[in-house]
Write a protein that binds this ligand. Structure first.
Ligand SMILES: C[S@@+](CC[C@H](N)C(=O)[O-])C[C@H]1O[C@@H](n2cnc3c(N)ncnc32)[C@H](O)[C@@H]1O
Length: 438
């Protein structure tokens, strides 16, 4: 709950896409009202509306004003801005890329707001943490009185056989009076303030006071407003750090970490061993496949392809033809393909170009166990197929009732899903962010 008013958290979802953040909030069990979602892409908004019954605000986030945002009285902002500025394919133009500007612009509005959010959650690709945009983000957050905890995590660390490492920034605002001082300082509302110094409490967990320097003299400590609940992380040991382990979320002993890393070979072996096999995420070769296909008169696109002509591939199950990888493609690009098997405990990240390009866009599934693993000729005998959109959705841990509306093409489904996120990773991070300590 959102503090002393006992009302649910009021949450804004920026760059909402197909609603990965909202599904993660649901899975996290956070009692929240999703006040508004924002996305410029009409197809993404169609999918969001189809599943949640409400269409996001369809406009450019860059054009939002502080006054408009104030009207939402949101406690938390969830943001997954475009990642192309920071990816290798995106040429790494970083903050010089127009796609990064809406994110910087919206963060810049925070000091201008009279009801700024208390919490932010940011998701992006690995590489963001060394970008100019990240530097600007941290500068704004520190100046406006936020504490951050940053993570790089992958579904493999949460039992899902899917490698999709992503960067996450969780931030909470300091106690209100101190935050107010910071805002005033930033906006130059109290121009006589020359410097603000934060003081930690004896527990070292929270900021209990601040002093200000006015005309060269330091003030007496200014306490947080009494009515405001302090908002701190459950595990403050990792404040202002970047960590590569989910341990802070799981309340595991932090004394064994070295520089935020928990990446020993042993630990990775444990994580991989505890992942379920890929076959648990498949729809086409499970016993439910036949019954699913015959049940599907509700015209979900996941089911539509199953009505098409199918062919036996020698493995004893049937695969709709559009998912079969053509032999000509195997001949040309076989060596660049990432192949996984039903018993694999890992597959590669599905990008928005999956199904259009082969190299580096996601794994292909071999449905026939090979005799020899490394020859292109043997690839042809392995019954290679694409993962279906439902299977990609399963690996993203989207719920079973998630659907695409019928007019979203197969390519669009893969593209929208490639832009989305892993709910298995984001849900525990959000639960951790929204848990009130003290
Ligand atoms: C990385 S995706 C986020 C996907 C989302 N988290 C999900 O679960 O599907 C970025 C999204 O931001 C949207 N977007 C990019 N720039 C935008 C802008 N300036 N204003 C509004 N939406 C924008 C894109 O249409 C895309 O859906």
């Amino acid at each position: 709950m959102a503090g002393e008013e006992e009302e649910p958290w009021r949450v804004l979802e920026f760059y909402s896409g197909i609603g990965g953040m909202r599904y993660s909030m649901m899975r996290a069990g956070v009692e929240a009202t999703m006040v508004e979602a924002f996305d410029i892409n009409d197809k993404a908004n169609d999918v969001y509306q189809h599943n949640f019954g409400r269409r996001p605000y369809q406009g450019n986030i860059q054009n939002l004003t502080a006054a408009e945002l104030d009207n939402y009285r949101a406690h938390a902002w969830l943001l997954s801005p475009p990642c192309q500025p920071y990816t290798r394919q995106g040429l790494q133009k970083d903050s010089g890329d127009a796609r990064a500007s809406s994110f910087i612009k919206i963060l810049d509005l925070i000091p201008e707001m009279s009801s700024p959010p208390n919490m932010l959650f940011v998701e992006n690709v690995v590489g963001f943490e060394t970008s100019d945009t990240h530097k600007q983000m941290i500068e704004i957050l520190v100046r406006t009185g936020f504490i951050t905890q940053e993570f790089i995590l992958t579904p493999l660390q949460f039992g899902v056989p899917y490698s999709r490492p992503r960067y996450f920034c969780l931030t909470k605002v300091l106690e209100y009076a101190i935050q107010w001082l910071c805002f005033s300082f930033l906006k130059n509302d109290i121009p006589i303030i020359e410097k603000i110094t934060m003081k930690r409490g004896a527990d070292t967990k929270s900021y209990t006071a601040a002093t200000v320097v006015i005309r060269g003299h330091e003030s007496a400590p200014i306490a947080p407003l009494a009515k405001r609940k302090p908002s701190i992380f459950q595990n403050p040991h990792v404040n202002n750090q970047l960590v590569w382990t989910p341990s802070p979320l799981l309340e595991i002993d932090v004394s064994t970490w070295i520089d935020g890393h928990d990446e020993s070979h042993e630990r990775w072996k444990e994580w991989l061993q505890s992942c379920k096999p890929i076959e648990n995420f498949l729809e086409l070769n499970t016993p439910s496949y036949q019954s699913k296909s015959s049940d599907c008169d509700a015209a979900t696109v996941f089911c539509e392809p199953l009505g098409r002509e199918v062919e036996e591939n020698g493995s004893g199950y049937r695969c709709p033809d559009q998912y079969v990888v053509p032999l000509s493609l195997i001949e040309r690009l076989g060596s660049a393909m990432d192949i996984v098997y039903p018993d694999s405990k890992r597959c590669c990240c599905f990008t928005k170009s999956y199904f259009r390009y082969v190299k580096g866009t996601g794994s292909l599934l071999a449905t026939v166990q090979p005799q020899k693993m490394d020859k292109v000729s043997s690839l042809k005998e392995q019954g290679l197929r694409y993962f279906t959109p439902r299977e990609v959705a399963n690996l993203h841990s989207l719920p079973e009732d998630f659907q695409f509306p019928p007019h979203i093409s197969l390519k669009q489904q893969y593209a929208l899903m490639g832009n989305s996120l892993s709910i298995a990773v984001v849900a525990p991070l959000l639960r951790y962010l929204f848990t009130e300590s003290l």
